[in-house]
Design a binder for this molecule. Structure first.
Ligand SMILES: Nc1ncnc2c1ncn2[C@@H]1O[C@H](COP(=O)(O)OP(=O)(O)OP(=O)(O)O)[C@@H](O)[C@H]1O
Length: 255
């Protein structure tokens, strides 16, 4: 059964229209949303989180999304916006802890919230930052902290808008490994806006390609062809498929 089911889904932003006729997404999938600047990726995930209005049918867990109470939505959904709030006047630990607030029923944080926060900081190598004021971190460090905050809710439906921007290659890889673990452990659906097509093609289960607000492709990495990529990118493209599936390092293409 699909976790998200869309039919004649429409979003209007000024003169821009997003139109998706049929799309079904299930738990346990790591999905990349790709496309050129202005193709509608952010508009799409903002509408799916309920931040901007839509028309048509959007079922979340077989329930009409608009009829689900906000409190219930916040328990199920976690969202990392493209531009995070950068003025948080707290230490890193409390910024990450606050990601769990919607699952506390509005009461105080429970001991298990503190334990989970310590654990996720350790897993994503941020323990040494935990007592530092968030505002003093570098751009990439802030991005990693805000991502960990979004992950800390343990939501079954996770939307991440460009989580890798400004993040170094080592930590991109750590985050990707953690996302795979997250999807499997929580049986979650994770949708990620990704510009780096190499990352999307190598690490994701399914790739949604947007062009001018339309879904022009819904493909597995194996189904993506060079001619499809050339059209999407607007440049001749060569697709290199690594021969060693067990290599978990980084591939770079040199001259
Ligand atoms: N509030 C708004 N009013 C009018 N047009 C808007 C508004 N917000 C977005 N748009 C337009 O909608 C289109 C889609 O924007 P969106 O942010 O979804 O693109 P994107 O694919 O996420 O782009 P990027 O890769 O640059 O982040 C763009 O042409 C943008 O200019």
């Amino acid at each position: 059964m699909s976790l998200i089911s869309l039919k004649k889904f429409r979003v209007k932003k000024g003169s821009f229209y997003l139109k998706i006729d049929d799309l079904y997404l299930s738990s346990g999938e790591l999905v990349a949303i790709c496309g050129r600047n202005g193709s509608g990726k952010t508009t799409f995930i903002k509408a799916l989180t309920g931040l901007i209005p839509y028309k048509g049918s959007y079922l979340l867990n077989s329930q009409e999304f608009k009829k689900i109470p906000d409190k219930e939505k916040y328990r199920v959904i976690s969202y990392l916006p493209q531009e995070g709030r950068l003025g948080l006047p707290f230490d890193v630990f409390y910024v990450v802890l606050s990601g769990r607030f919607p699952i506390t029923d509005g009461k105080k944080y429970r001991p298990k919230d503190f334990v989970a926060t310590e654990k996720i900081l350790e897993k994503l190598e941020l323990t040494s930052f935990k007592a530092r004021p968030f505002q003093q971190l570098s751009g990439g460090e802030k991005r990693r902290v805000l991502l960990v905050r979004a992950l800390n809710r343990e939501a079954k439906l996770l939307f991440l808008d460009e989580p890798f921007s400004g993040v170094d290659l080592l930590h991109q890889q750590k985050i990707l490994q953690f996302l795979r673990f997250y999807v499997q452990e929580l049986n979650a659906l994770v949708l990620v806006v990704v510009h780096e097509l190499s990352l999307a093609l190598r690490h994701f289960d399914r790739l949604l390609f947007l062009e001018n607000g339309m879904l022009m492709g819904d493909l597995t990495p194996e189904e993506v062809t060079e001619s499809f990529l050339s059209r999407l990118i607007g440049l001749p493209t060569k697709l290199l498929r690594p021969k060693d599936p067990n290599f978990d390092g980084i591939y770079l293409v040199g001259r």
